[in-house]
Design a protein around this ligand. Structure first.
Ligand SMILES: *Cc1c(COP(=O)(O)O)cnc(C)c1O
Length: 471
């Protein structure tokens, strides 16, 4: 399997080459040259496989430069009941007839990002070991990504993590999760500023090519193809649990921010998984709902980006969306380059509303969308608690709210649970007047000693810190 850039660069690369890279050289995102098709007989064969075996079968369609025995061992070591809490790894919970929650949030940091990040940690360690190289991961987080990355990389050979976060702005639980890690290869940098300041610092460091090369700086952001392909697996696992017959279709509802999670659903559907509709749910930051309603993709300014009670979906643009648009445009790299390069730089928006490809997109790709507000979130959390005795977090509530708008008789609807309520306790207290349930292993986490360095929003200071700690 070879990988190409969504912006038409002529080079083709193999999986382990793009594993440690970010963007393609022309600024595009990597995608496989084609999506491997999985027929009904193969689906039947996979039914009943343990999750790590299913992961191996799917990943091996995309990865041919890691020996099969090694890849199988990496999957087996990643997806264990010990790490993810159950032997199903992603168990379905039925809320009512035809409506399910798929639990993706029982990993080490209680959000779905663990599903991919835990695999990425093991793939990085394997590939760096094979090359005899080291990697210093620099990232910016408003909460979930940073903790998932740290818990995936802690104690790994050849890897250090430098994670910037806005000082005092993550939820108390998220701060405790990250800052209580004592592993010497994990560095928390609390920046006196907002999330954008953290992102700007990461960008400035990455743009210093000499520093980047000399200190072997890398990233783990959601445009990494390995993260995306790891997420494809749980769409298959969800389908197996909700169906008994080969041709039965299901729909998925996905709380969306950067379009990473739902893009994996798109890939699963392109591979032939019988998905009726991919329901995209946004919060007040409705960049993507607007696109699927109108064909207009409009990047928001900072002032136009809302701080909401589902903060992991507070985006001004969707960094994985280019992958879907590339497919929508019949994989026209030149056109994708012009839309995401020149047009966005010039106008901050593009409009595919009158393009025949957009008109056909709903049928061809099965997308639907909707938006959920703070009031919707609280009402959904309350309703789900009262009627089903199930506590859902704010992001999952956005998904559930929009899922109900698109439910169809006879087609099971699976809502992806992207975090547990304890991560966003304030909204639960507001909705239910009580504290969220807390898994026992997190008891007293706020009282543990903390390892964090507070720095001003100053690129030079961050660079100096990295340099000092890369001995
Ligand atoms: C990251 C995140 C999302 C958004 O996922 P994308 O892949 O960016 O669309 C939704 N919910 C939670 C809890 C998250 O951490």
């Amino acid at each position: 399997m070879l990988y190409l850039s969504t912006r038409g660069h002529p080079d083709r690369k193999r999986f382990c080459e793009i594993l440690l890279e970010g963007l393609a050289p022309d600024g595009g995102l990597y995608l496989p040259e084609s999506y491997p098709r999985v027929d009904a007989a193969t689906l039947q064969k996979w039914r009943g496989l343990p999750y790590h075996e299913l992961a191996f079968e799917i990943l091996s369609l995309y990865i041919d430069d890691i020996p099969a025995a090694d890849l199988r061992a990496i999957c087996a070591k990643t997806y264990t009941a010990q790490v993810f809490g159950t032997k199903e790894i992603v168990p379905l919970k039925q809320l009512e007839s035809g409506l399910y929650l798929e639990a993706l949030s029982n990993g080490p940091t209680l959000a779905f990002k663990d599903m991919a990040m835990q695999l990425l940690g093991n793939l990085f360690e394997y590939e760096l070991g094979r090359r005899g190289e080291q990697l210093n991961i620099l990232g910016a987080t408003s909460g979930d990504t940073g903790s998932a990355a740290e818990y995936a990389m802690r104690g790994k050979q050849g890897i250090r993590v430098f994670m910037t976060s806005p000082h005092g702005r993550m939820s108390p639980f998220q701060q405790a999760q990250m800052f209580s890690l004592q592993d010497p290869n994990i560095h928390n940098l609390a920046i006196e500023g907002v999330f954008d300041d953290c992102q700007d610092i990461v960008k400035a460091v990455s743009n210093d090519l000499d520093f980047k090369r000399r200190l072997r700086i890398g990233t783990v952001n959601s445009i990494n193809w390995a993260r995306l392909v790891a997420q494809v697996v749980y769409y298959f696992a969800g389908w197996f649990q909700a169906t008994a017959e080969p041709g039965q279709k299901v729909s998925f509802a996905v709380p969306s921010g950067n379009f990473g999670n739902i893009c994996a659903g798109h890939v699963a559907r392109m591979m032939g998984l019988p998905i009726e509709t991919l329901v995209l749910a946004t919060n007040e930051n409705d960049v993507l709902d607007e696109f699927f309603r109108t064909g207009v993709y409009r990047v928001r300014t900072g002032a136009d980006t809302h701080e909401t009670s589902s903060p992991s979906m507070d985006i001004s643009k969707a960094s994985n969306f280019e992958r879907f648009v590339f497919d929508l445009l019949g994989r026209d790299g030149a056109r994708t380059r012009s839309l995401f390069g020149e047009e966005l730089a010039k106008a901050g928006r593009f409009d595919l509303g009158s393009d025949p490809a957009f008109a056909q997109a709903r049928r061809r790709f099965g997308f639907a969308s909707g938006k959920s507000t703070h009031a919707d979130r609280l009402a959904t959390i309350r309703d789900t608690w009262q009627r089903h005795s199930a506590m859902v977090d704010t992001h999952t509530a956005d998904g559930l709210k929009v899922a109900r708008q698109h439910a169809k008789a006879g087609v099971p609807m699976i809502v992806l649970e992207t975090a547990l309520p304890v991560k966003f306790a304030a909204a639960i207290v507001e909705a239910l007047g009580r504290e969220p349930e807390r898994p026992a292993k997190f008891d007293g986490i706020e009282k543990l000693p903390r390892r964090v360095t507070v720095l001003p929003p100053d690129v030079q200071r961050v660079k100096a810190y990295i340099e000092q700690h890369c001995a």
